[in-house]
Design a protein around this ligand. Structure first.
Ligand code: UN1
Length: 492
């Protein structure tokens, strides 16, 4: 299969452009060739999106929303197909793929509902016979850059609010996972979304991403991906005075206090650390444990890890799928070496799985380290793989300090039964998302998603807050006095 761009409602013909291979991370087999678009491809898409946006902005928001209801409906009908494609290109186990597609469906209906709200506000004017209000206005053409770990959900967090708010967009999916963008483009086409509202431009960050950011007609860039790339997006966007929304890394921790339900904590840790093979921005990679329950937690984690099955996520019995590619395997293994050099104690895993059939895919054994120093590289840097680091503490204060010691601030969690500790923790944990007695993953789409410090730049994906990224606040004054009233001047 050859994947070409979808621009102005038309699938572009094959040309002499370059392509790169898309591989199934579970088997190493080739799934497709995806186009590496040129600067000219981007320019062409921006021109189409710009033209389409003029008309799209005039469509009433409740009508724009109707397209999203139709998109959501088609996603429901195709849920199983979409989930299978998602597992095939990304590797996450099928149960999680279904969950991700469901997130997209939920986002469609949620944002469609916003079409009948898109609240502004009215306020009293300082002057008589004058009306004052603020309204949300569409911005124009927006550029969406999405990662491979959530190829569909994150794209819906960005594209659906962009659509309902009256913008048109260019979407550059990760080259590792272009199939979901292809599937979504087919859905946009089938619901008759007006041509040029949704445009898919496949290709690299260095060409497609950079051209989008530098293009004067792209007004907003919404990016989810690595901190390194995000910094570059922010720098380049800053130079071009772009509104840039960034969601980047995480080094999320679960705190287990001495009064915690340890069995529940074990379940939460395994789900959040090994789900999606640890490749979520929200993944738990640190466990900050009170010294009095440390040994119990270690033993229970080791026991619970034993039955975890590793393999191709299309098989319903598999609990842990592959990681995205060989480079990711090397990076994870590199951190395991670093951890050992830093004196952390490896309790389980710590190796690439290279036996039999599994050698063809990218599998890493679920890994548990203990006695990890809070300020070591293993405890501070994002690994993005199935690796847990246990860090011992002696009090809640210390646990919160350790949680907040990293450069990221996406998600955190505490297991405790003490209401005083819980309320203190939710206040003091410096992350955009806090869970009580649950793991660090599983954010719901109608709440704001994002983080503090190095995780983001103050914007939020999903939730009603996402509309702030895709709308401009406009203040409107209507003077019906029939006289020239001058604000701030004494008119009498
Ligand atoms: C991500 O890892 O970038 O909260 C997104 C969660 C999912 C989304 C994760 N709902 O884990």
């Amino acid at each position: 299969m050859i994947l070409n761009n979808f621009i102005n409602g038309v699938w572009q013909d094959e040309t002499k452009a370059d392509y790169t291979e898309v591989l199934n991370p579970a088997t190493g087999e080739k799934i497709a060739d995806v186009r590496l678009s040129t600067k000219e491809d981007v320019d062409f898409a921006v021109a189409a999106a710009k033209e389409a946006q003029k008309k799209w902005a005039l469509v009433p928001a409740p009508k724009r929303a109707e397209y999203l209801y139709a998109v959501g409906q088609l996603m429901i009908e195709r849920k199983e197909h979409l989930s299978q494609v998602l597992t095939t290109e990304m590797g996450k186990v099928i149960e999680e793929a279904r969950g991700e597609v469901q997130e997209g469906i939920d986002m469609a209906f949620y944002m469609a509902g916003e079409g009948r709200r898109l609240f502004g506000s009215t306020v009293p004017s300082e002057l008589e016979n004058k009306f004052a209000m603020s309204v949300r206005a569409p911005i124009g053409v927006v550029g969406l850059i999405t990662p491979w770990n959530f190829p569909v959900a994150i794209a819906t967090w960005k594209s659906f609010p962009a659509i309902v708010a009256g913008n048109t967009f260019l979407w550059k999916p990760a080259t590792e996972t272009p199939m979901m963008a292809y599937e979504m483009a087919k859905i946009f086409e089938e619901v008759d979304l007006p041509k040029g509202v949704a445009n898919i431009v496949f290709g690299s960050g260095s060409t497609v991403g950079t051209t989008m950011i530098e293009h004067p007609d792209v007004k907003v860039i919404s990016f989810t991906g690595s901190t390194e790339t995000g910094r570059h997006v922010a720098e380049l966007g800053g130079r071009h005075l772009k509104k840039v929304s960034l969601e980047m890394g995480g080094k999320n921790a679960i705190i287990v206090m001495d009064d915690a339900n340890v069995d529940l904590a074990v379940e939460g840790i395994l789900w959040s650390a090994f789900g999606t093979s640890g490749q979520r921005c929200t993944a738990c990679s640190r466990v900050i444990v009170h010294k009095d329950v440390k040994e119990e937690l270690e033993q229970k984690l080791l026991t619970a890890m034993e039955p975890l099955t590793i393999g191709n996520g299309l098989d319903e019995s598999i609990k842990i799928g592959p990681v995205i590619n060989k480079k990711a395997l090397e990076k994870i293994d590199g951190y395991v070496q670093i951890g050992q050099e830093e004196g952390a104690k490896l309790l389980s895993g710590g190796k690439v799985i290279s036996d039999g059939e599994l050698a063809k895919g990218n599998y890493y054994a679920p890994t548990l380290f203990t006695d990890v120093k809070w300020d070591s590289r293993l405890a501070q840097e994002e690994v993005f793989g199935p690796v847990i680091s246990l860090i011992e503490v002696a009090s809640l204060d210390e646990a919160i300090d350790v949680n907040n010691s990293v450069q990221f601030g996406l998600s955190s969690s505490i297991f405790s039964q003490d209401v005083n500790r819980i309320f203190r923790a939710q206040r003091d944990l410096d992350t955009g998302i806090v869970y009580i007695n649950a793991g660090t993953t599983g954010a719901e789409i109608h709440l704001p998603f994002g983080g503090t410090k190095g995780t983001g730049n103050g914007h939020r994906d999903s939730g009603v807050a996402a509309l702030d990224v895709y709308t401009e606040w406009k203040a409107v004054y209507v003077d019906y006095s029939g006289t020239l009233q001058r604000a701030q001047i004494d008119n009498n």
